[in-house]
Design a protein around this ligand. Structure first.
Ligand SMILES: Cc1cc2nc3c(=O)[nH]c(=O)nc-3n(C[C@H](O)[C@H](O)[C@H](O)COP(=O)(O)OP(=O)(O)OC[C@H]3O[C@@H](n4cnc5c(N)ncnc54)[C@H](O)[C@@H]3O)c2cc1C
Length: 391
């Protein structure tokens, strides 16, 4: 085999050791290769845009923890997260002549989706109905002699103390959060009733920032869900969590199957955009000056912490499209920069849904759904706790 015996594992934005098929292959190959050694490279995939400030903070925490754990197994980690993997590798020539480069893939429940693009469902209900398989099981950590046992880094330093996501982005913190929410507090059991909350750490799982930087495997979450159901029975909360994880899966596969249309202004419905390209109005909105105090509070939270509840995101996007009549693609790009859990497919899928160009069946041939904000406040923030906190 050519090269200097180095087997490079390119993380491609997947910042964990758990459930990493490519890591297993890389370790096996390094063992088979004469003089073989493993090197881990933290670059970003070619097509991934630069991460925004909140997500970069999380990424740095995840990388610091990975470096320590890999160092214990004498595996070096090269850190170039702002560079595409190919560019990072090129810059290491001629000192490094890898024998093989193996790339990690984004964590999904299913490794393939055996439905041809032209038959891929446009709506979630059909996607769900088509599921005749169970998600694949996660892989355990491969033997890396000397590896430090995972230790959560504790609360994240430097964040806003009011944040609904005060956690550090490292893999041990992600696994600790998974155990805490499923088995520690009863959070999963009551999840269906609490998931539309706005304030605090416990109304929802807070898995999304970990998933977005690949610090947590969705197959690991699913396996723990099944274990929970075995121990405690299949309650409403755990069934609803499955549903939400499948929504994520739906958007990941939709993006892949619909190609460019998925992110286009007319979306998968190919509708002509009806919007006003008012840059001044948009600039005010990005500063948290939308003309509506409820929306401003959401935007203030987003800018300060990078996290926003699902309900808050829905209000902001609906107001942006229906009241401000601004291009939804602008709102989506701003979210993608600001969100601590920014994920292009999940973000666009949700924005397009609310803009009436995506997979909301109610919008086919009709208008986007509209939230009655006065009513929503009465339902979800009757004491104005959120608004007072973020005004
Ligand atoms: C306009 C808009 C933009 C969004 N942008 C993103 C984004 O960039 N990245 C992102 O991860 N989520 C996005 N979401 C989806 C959702 O708001 C977040 O996943 C959720 O609020 C994250 O908090 P949690 O992990 O505590 O969620 P939980 O309620 O605990 O849900 C568990 C997991 O299920 C998945 N999930 C939950 N809701 C959705 C949903 N609506 N669509 C797809 N998957 C879902 C996520 O992986 C989440 O971590 C967006 C929603 C809207 C309305």
């Amino acid at each position: 085999m050519a090269g200097d015996g180095t087997i490079v594992l390119a993380l491609e934005g997947q910042l964990r050791l758990d459930d990493q098929p490519a890591l297993h292959h890389a370790v096996a190959l390094a063992r088979r290769t004469p003089g073989g050694r493993l090197l881990v490279l933290a670059g970003r995939p070619e097509t991934q845009r630069l991460r925004g400030p909140h997500q970069r903070r999380l990424e740095a925490q995840a990388l610091a923890s990975l470096r320590t754990r890999l160092a214990a197994a004498k595996v070096p980690l090269l850190h170039a997260p702002q560079h595409a993997t190919a560019a990072a590798l090129a810059s290491l020539q001629p000192d490094l002549q890898p024998t093989a480069v193996l790339a990690c893939c984004e964590s999904r429940l299913f490794a393939d989706w055996p439905i041809p693009p032209e038959r891929f469902p446009r709506v979630f209900a059909d996607f769900r109905r088509g599921l005749e398989r169970s998600p694949e099981a996660p892989l355990p950590l491969p033997g890396l002699a000397g590896l430090e046992p995972p230790q959560p880094m504790g609360a994240a330093a430097g964040g806003d103390s009011r944040s609904a996501f005060p956690f550090s982005g490292d893999e041990p913190s992600a696994l600790a959060r998974l155990q805490h929410f499923f088995f520690g507090t009863g959070g999963l059991r009551t999840y269906k009733a609490t998931r539309n909350g706005l304030v605090g750490t416990e109304f929802s799982s807070k898995f999304s920032p970990f998933l977005a930087i690949g610090a947590l495997s969705v197959r690991r979450i699913w396996q723990e869900l099944l274990r929970y159901q075995e121990l405690r029975g299949a309650d409403e909360g755990s069934e609803w969590m499955k549903q939400e994880l499948l929504w994520r899966e739906f958007f990941l596969w939709s993006e892949q199957r619909h190609g460019a249309a998925f992110h286009a202004p007319g979306g998968i419905q190919n509708r002509p955009p009806e919007w006003i390209e008012d840059r001044e109005r948009f600039a005010r909105w990005t500063r948290g000056d939308s003309g509506h105090p409820l929306i401003d509070a959401q935007l203030n939270e987003l800018r300060a912490t990078g996290y926003l509840s699902n309900r808050g995101r829905q209000w902001v996007a609906s107001h942006f499209v229906n009241e401000l009549r601004l291009p939804w693609t602008w709102g989506a790009r701003f979210f993608e920069w600001m969100l601590i859990d920014a994920h292009p497919a999940v973000n666009t899928g949700n924005w397009a849904y609310l803009a009436g160009v995506g997979s909301d069946p109610r919008s086919f041939g009709g208008s986007p759904r509209r939230f009655d904000l006065a009513r929503q406040v009465g339902l979800y923030d009757p004491e104005q706790t959120h608004r007072r906190r973020w005004s």
